[in-house]
Design a protein around this ligand. Structure first.
Ligand code: SF4
Length: 334
């Protein structure tokens, strides 16, 4: 594979909000870098959030402005220049846009093409994850992605399921994300994988741990049931699956709707990760798990977040990197 392209000089106006510049971390593939582009929908707001059709996250509210395609291309150039020292080692590129990367209204096709071209130029890249709502996972969209990436890179589609329990996902989180629609997207991904040959696509599923609709007594069971649902659907579709685990923290929208719902402590997250990893691997032996902790500044309890990271980050980082549940032992012993 060719060397990483020389990034163009950065333009300061293209810089994202500081909290949206993710620190590179390690996962099962190697160095993982997440790029947060702007959302190009009106107001820069994810259309599901704008229409009141999803109340889950503050990230969908965007950064207070809509970027157009030239501004987003400048953002991409800024991010590549900012991370220039790491680009040659990036194995896993993760792409966000405060909404759906595969929706051309939120990310113009030329911007997506530029992101995929940049990924293709990364010498160590193996995997590209694209975060999107289920509605945009279609055969033509997937063919476009695979064509742009070429056969050397796996395109993983990230779906924010959060919980397979309708009472949690549709009731408490109000995601307006029917399981049947998610299953259809997974099947479309599987069909693309079957059509283009093995190893072109994979499935990432987000799992929210300890969020509204759960209690400390039901959190682990909810996470396990969600992991099982994702692993079963992925296996049926002929896809590998990775689970992105996010402990709940109170965001502005979360606090507004559930002022008394507590954040999920690392110890409970570790118990859930241990259980859901075993459950997923029993159904899909190659399943990977990643514990995410970077919050784009939306955690309304930053001091508690810092305190939790001080005692938990080393264990989560070791788990993310080596995938050994034993790495969580320091948290499970508390
Ligand atoms: S979870 Fe996704 S669809 Fe819902 S508001 Fe956030 S970005 Fe938008």
């Amino acid at each position: 594979m060719s060397r990483a392209p020389e990034p163009p000089p950065p333009a300061d106006h293209a810089a994202p909000p500081a909290a949206s510049v993710f620190e590179p971390v390690h996962d099962r593939y190697g160095l993982r870098l997440a790029l947060v582009l702007g959302n190009q929908a009106p107001g820069g707001v994810c259309p599901w959030a704008a229409a009141g059709r999803c109340h889950h996250c503050d990230i969908g509210l965007g950064e207070g402005r809509a970027l157009d395609a030239p501004a987003n291309l400048a953002r991409l150039a800024w991010l590549l220049a900012h991370h220039a020292a790491d680009l040659e080692r990036v194995a896993h590129l993760v792409v966000y846009d405060s909404g759906s990367v595969l929706n051309p209204r939120e990310l113009a096709p030329e911007v997506l093409d530029a992101v995929l071209a940049a990924a293709r130029g990364l010498p160590a890249a193996r995997v590209v994850s694209l975060d999107t709502r289920e509605a945009f996972v279609t055969g033509p969209a997937l063919a476009r992605v695979a064509g742009a990436l070429g056969p050397g890179l796996v395109a993983r589609i990230t779906l924010g399921l959060e919980s397979a329990d309708d009472r949690v996902r549709e009731g408490a989180l109000a995601k307006r994300m029917p399981l049947a629609a998610v299953a259809r997207a997974i099947d479309a991904l599987g069909q693309a994988e079957a059509a283009l040959g093995p190893g072109r696509f994979g499935l990432d599923v987000n799992v929210l741990v300890g969020g509204p609709g759960t209690t400390p007594a039901t959190t682990v069971d909810d996470a396990v049931a969600t992991a099982r649902w994702a692993a079963e659907r992925a296996r049926a579709a002929g896809l590998g699956v990775d689970l992105n685990v996010h402990p709940y923290y109170p965001s502005a929208r979360g606090l507004g709707r559930f002022p008394d719902h507590p954040r999920c402590p690392p110890e409970l997250t570790a118990r859930a990760v241990l259980a859901l990893t075993a459950a997923a691997r029993a159904l899909a032996p190659g399943a990977g798990v990643f514990v995410g902790w970077q919050d784009e500044g939306h955690d309304h309890e930053p001091a508690r977040r810092d305190e939790e990271l001080a005692r938990a980050r080393a264990a989560f980082d070791a788990f993310n990197r080596g995938q050994d549940p034993g790495a969580l032992a320091p948290l499970l012993a508390r």
